[in-house]
Write a protein that binds this ligand. Structure first.
Ligand SMILES: Nc1ncnc2c1ncn2[C@@H]1O[C@H](COP(=O)(O)OP(=O)(O)OP(=O)(O)O)[C@@H](O)[C@H]1O
Length: 244
C-alpha cells in the first residue's frame, strides 16, 4: 500500500528552484533514506511529504487517514525548566501512562520515564523524541538527521532501534542522514538527491552508481566528498545549483 506519493513535484522558494521534477513514493513497511549534499533539498522533500509546504508544480497524494510521526534534528529545551520525560510526552496533548510507557518501551528507553529531560545523554534524548513520534502509532515515521551529534556507535544503535520499531509496528520509515554507510545498511531503498533525484535503488546499487560516487566519493563514508559535485549530467534546470 502506497502511503505517500509525489508526482512531478517542483518547489520554489521565492524565484529559486530547490526541487525539480521529483517523483517519489513510499510504501507501507519500507525504510527509505534520502542522502544528498547540504542544501540539496532533503528537508524540503520531507516537508512536501508531511504537507508543511505545497509544491509549486506537481501533486502530492497521501493515503486517507495517514498518521505521520516526526523525529526532528534537535529540540531545544530550556535547561532551567524542570520537565520529566513522562511530562514531556504529555505535551502538548496529554497521553495515558500506558500509552507513554508503550512508546518509551518501543524506543528502548522505558526506564527513563522519571528522568529530567535536561539530564539525558544525546542518544537518550533522541530516543525520547522517537518515543514521542510513536505516540500516534504512525503509519510513517520521518526522521530528519535524527542522529546528528551522536557518535558512530550511538548512531548505529539508534538505527537498529528504528529497524526494530519497523518490525514491531510495521510502519514505513523515511529518513534523511549524512551517516551514509550506517544508514544505508539499515535502508531498503536509498534516494540520492541534488535538487532532483540523481539515482535511487537498493543501498548496494546506489553506492556503486556513478552519480552517487560523484557526490560522495568512493570511500565507505565519503564524508569528505560531500561538497564535491562532479556530475557529468547537467543541473541547468535549477535556477541556482544547491551545491556547486
Ligand atoms: N523557508 C525557506 N525559504 C527560502 N529558502 C529556503 C527555505 N527553506 C530552505 N530553503 C533553501 O532551499 C534549499 C534546500 O534546503 P533544504 O533544507 O531542503 O536542504 P537540505 O538538503 O535539507 O540541506 P541540509 O543538508 O543543509 O540540511 C537551500 O538552499 C535552502 O537555503
Amino acid at each position: 500500500m502506497t502511503l505517500v506519493s509525489l508526482t512531478g513535484v517542483s518547489l520554489k522558494y521565492g524565484g529559486r528552484t530547490v526541487l525539480s521534477n521529483v517523483d517519489f513514493a513510499i510504501k507501507q513497511g519500507e525504510i527509505v533514506t534520502v542522502v544528498g549534499p547540504n542544501g540539496s533539498g532533503k528537508s524540503s522533500l520531507l516537508r512536501n511529504v508531511i504537507g508543511a509546504v505545497k509544491p509549486s508544480v506537481g501533486t502530492v497524494t497521501r493515503m486517507a487517514g495517514l498518521r505521520i510521526g516526526y523525529v526532528p534534528q534537535k529540540l531545544h529545551i530550556d535547561p532551567t525548566l524542570p520537565l520529566t520525560v513522562r511530562r514531556f510526552l504529555s505535551l502538548p496533548v496529554r497521553v495515558s501512562d500506558s500509552v507513554a510507557h508503550a512508546a518509551l518501551e518501543q524506543a528502548g528507553v522505558a526506564a527513563l520515564a522519571d528522568r529530567q529531560m535536561t539530564n539525558l545523554s544525546g542518544g537518550q534524548f533522541q530516543r525520547v523524541l522517537l518515543a514521542r513520534a510513536l505516540l500516534c502509532k504512525p503509519h510513517l515515521l520521518i526522521l530528519d538527521e535524527a542522529t546528528q551529534g551522536l557518535d558512530q556507535p550511538g548512531s548505529a544503535a539508534f538505527y537498529r532501534q528504528i529497524e526494530q520499531v519497523r518490525q514491531e509496528m510495521g510502519c514505513a520509515v523515511l529518513m534523511v542522514s549524512h551517516e551514509l554507510h550506517v544508514v544505508m545498511a539499515a535502508s531498503d531503498r536509498v534516494i540520492c538527491l541534488n535538487g532532483h533525484i540523481c539515482c535511487e535503488g537498493t543501498p548496494e546499487l546506489v553506492a556503486s552508481a556513478p552519480e552517487y560516487r560523484a557526490l560522495f566519493g568512493t570511500g565507505t563514508q565519503g564524508a569528505l566528498a560531500l561538497y564535491r559535485h562532479e556530475h557529468t549530467h547537467s543541473h541547468d534546470h535549477l535556477d541556482e545549483g544547491p551545491a556547486a
